[in-house]
Design a protein around this ligand. Structure first.
Ligand SMILES: [Cu+2]
Length: 323
């Protein structure tokens, strides 16, 4: 298992982008809280590894499980600092003007209307700030969009009945057809078939997970069933979000660095079942994936039982080894 995670602590997840509200009192308070939290953030490795992907009352971005999402975290933090400093600077100027130049303190106002130097500065400084933001922004955009040589390709199809189908182009059944896995939410609009609320979160758990091996570059071809509407394949911890459109093939990629469950949701308003078509990605070890894919060639239902047994056995082995 690869653990490559930079400074990121749960305590940085505070006010988030609410500071974009600009000069309102709420915005300023949010920025102050966020900056204070960022300053106080001291990352602890153990905490990072054990951080669950979803927690109650979660704010800000989910913990990252790929390098792309790690970069999104860094970029979001950079822009938060810039937004914070600009807002505090403008607030300072406003307070200074209100105190120093109000009618009582300054009864005879100056009639100066132009200052070339100040005008040059307030044109150039914002340009420089935008350049500072543009460089990492474009670098990140290219990293997200350019798919590196993939170890495996999977086609994710948004279905008309508000569910997902995953087609494994590299796992072929006896008829040389890609193994196809239907993935339906366990919490549907009119019923809830979850048996364990702890391991099967509401509106996120599905019957068949999207199983992938850890540390491998997975290329995802994203589309929607021809009779369906536009959906969107999104997994926040991977920094992945791409539209699933009927008659069109989009592509994205991810390389998960840790095993575990990662949840996403359809992120394009697609109709009455929009809230009931989650994406559940199960990242497993290469051996566990082999066990799953071998079994899936003949029987998909059995493959998930085989996978559960393999994970169980490995967990027990780990527990014994750590004693
Ligand atoms: Cu949808």
């Amino acid at each position: 298992m690869i653990l490559k995670r930079k400074a990121q602590s749960g305590s940085t997840r505070t006010a988030g982008f609410s500071s974009l509200t600009g000069l309102t009192g709420v915005g300023i308070a949010a920025i102050a809280v966020t900056l204070a939290a960022m300053l106080a953030a001291t990352p602890a490795l153990a905490e990072m590894i054990e951080t669950p992907q979803i927690v109650k009352w979660q704010l800000y971005l989910q913990p990252s499980a790929t390098e792309v999402m790690e970069d999104i975290h860094s970029f979001a933090n950079l822009t938060m600092w810039i937004v914070g400093f600009i807002t505090l600077f403008v607030l300072g100027l406003l307070i200074y003007v209100m105190v120093r130049f109000n009618a009582k303190a300054n009864p005879v106002p100056s009639k100066v209307a132009h200052n070339t130097m100040i005008e040059v500065i307030w044109t150039i400084v914002p340009v420089l700030i935008l350049v500072v933001i543009a460089v990492p922004s474009l670098r990140l955009l290219y990293k997200e969009l350019e798919v590196p040589p993939a170890d495996m390709t999977v086609k994710a199809i948004g279905m008309a009945g508000w569910s997902w189908t995953y087609e494994y182009s590299d796992v072929l059944d006896s008829k040389k057809q890609p193994v196809s896995v239907g993935s339906i939410s366990l919490t549907t609009a009119d019923s809830d078939s979850r048996t364990d609320p702890n391991t099967q979160p509401r509106l996120l758990a599905v019957d068949n997970n999207f199983v992938v091996p850890v540390g491998k570059t997975i290329k995802v071809l994203v589309t929607a069933e021809p009779i369906s509407v536009i959906h969107s394949f999104a997994v926040p911890s991977f920094g992945v979000k791409v539209d699933a459109m009927p008659g069109r093939l989009n592509e994205t990629w991810f390389k998960a660095e840790r095993t575990g469950m990662y949840y996403g949701e359809c992120s394009e308003l697609c109709g009455q079942g929009h809230a009931f078509m989650p994406i559940a990605v199960q990242v497993v070890t290469e051996e566990q994936f082999k066990a799953w894919s071998e079994a899936a060639k003949t029987d998909v239902d059995k493959a998930y039982k085989v996978l559960a047994q393999a994970i169980d056995a490995d967990t027990k082995k780990l527990a014994v080894a750590s004693k």
